[in-house]
Design a protein around this ligand. Structure first.
Ligand SMILES: Nc1ncnc2c1ncn2[C@@H]1O[C@H](COP(=O)(O)OP(=O)(O)OP(=O)(O)O)[C@@H](O)[C@H]1O
Length: 320
């Protein structure tokens, strides 16, 4: 069943003296309990999309289109509309734990406060906070709950944020590059903890990452974005096994050998994506695409296909 339905999402934002549209005409769905990986090069609009879904778009950003969460329209809603949702039904795991953890309260108190927002009593909230820390692999959780965020390592802080995000069994967790700031040795452990907690709570997870290997390992479906738009989406094994858009194929081909099934027909991507103010008319990828022709320069492609959607005038036919 669909939990989150995003249609024709557009994020407009002032950038100095002009207004840019870093996310445009973006549509995707997330089903209950599903893990959706959102990938694309830097500047593709992944973070803005995540923040638009959460009602946490930067100040002054204009959100249009539709963001339906469990049947409720949230696009452009004010913070009051989200107040009953944050921390209870939807939760955020950012790249930097300190963006959501206060430095002046203990980790345990902060998780307990999230529990208390559901109406739970003080003693029980504390006990649940300690249990939540224990579940994310924080040893000696009762003692560690009394520590402040700066007394935790980066990996432990991220575990604490995962504990806080999942303590109230939310329907949706949005994780934006949740391990990018961590040492590589710790990244996999923290992602495993996030995946475990997701499975235990049954939450859906929107996992923003630039790492296709992470998507291959943890996600059910993938959304590939380019210059703020949908490029390709569908089940991970189909999109990575038989990419239909030249951009997805090139992204996969640029992976080191041994990474997810990479079709290496296309050369490694040259050039860089356009800045939001310089997105060309037509297909945004056309200037870098080996298959681009006049139509690509003139006409932005619509998303076509059933479960495996692609926005490309030269899309490879999906295998039956
Ligand atoms: N507050 C803002 N004001 C103006 N432009 C912004 C703002 N936030 C983001 N942008 C622009 O929007 C585009 C998309 O940004 P976003 O952070 O969503 O990309 P991303 O795909 O998450 O990239 P990365 O992988 O580097 O985090 C970027 O070009 C960025 O410069």
């Amino acid at each position: 069943m669909t939990l989150l339905s995003v249609r024709d999402l557009r994020v407009r934002i002032r950038d100095g003296s002009r207004t840019v549209t870093p996310v445009r005409s973006l549509s995707f769905d997330l089903r209950r309990g599903e893990v959706l990986g959102v990938v694309g090069e830097s500047g593709a609009g992944k973070s803005l999309t995540a923040r638009a879904v959460l009602g946490m778009a930067p100040y002054g950003a204009e959100i249009t289109g539709s963001v339906r969460f469990d049947g409720r329209e949230l696009a452009g809603a004010d913070r009051r509309a989200y107040a009953g949702l944050w921390g209870r039904r939807m939760a955020y795991v950012p790249q930097d734990a300190l963006a959501v953890l206060s430095p002046v309260h203990t980790v345990g108190d902060q998780i307990a406060a999230a529990v208390r927002s559901t109406g739970c009593g003080r003693a029980q909230a504390r006990a649940r906070a300690v249990a939540a820390l224990d579940r994310v692999g924080i040893a000696d959780a009762a003692r560690r709950a009394k520590a402040y965020p700066h007394e935790f390592s980066g990996g432990m802080r991220q575990r604490a944020v995962i504990a806080m995000a999942t303590v109230n069994d939310p329907d949706l967790v949005v994780a934006d590059e949740p391990t990018t700031a961590l040492d590589t040795t710790v990244q996999a452990q923290v992602l495993d903890v996030l995946a475990e907690r997701r499975a235990e709570t049954g939450a859906a997870l929107m996992l923003v990452t630039h790492d296709l290997g992470v998507v291959a390992r943890y996600a059910d479906r993938v959304l590939v974005m380019y210059a703020g738009r949908h490029t390709e989406s569908g089940p991970v094994d189909r999109v990575f096994g038989q990419p239909r858009a030249p951009y997805t194929a090139a992204l996969l081909a640029s992976l080191p050998p041994g990474e997810p099934t990479a079709d290496r027909r296309l050369p490694v991507l040259g050039g860089a994506p356009p800045a939001p103010a310089d997105v060309p008319a037509g297909c945004a990828f056309a200037p870098r695409c080996p298959l681009a022709d006049d139509r690509c320069g003139a006409e932005a492609p619509e998303a076509v296909g059933g479960a495996h959607l692609v926005s490309c005038h030269h899309a490879v036919e999906a295998a039956a």
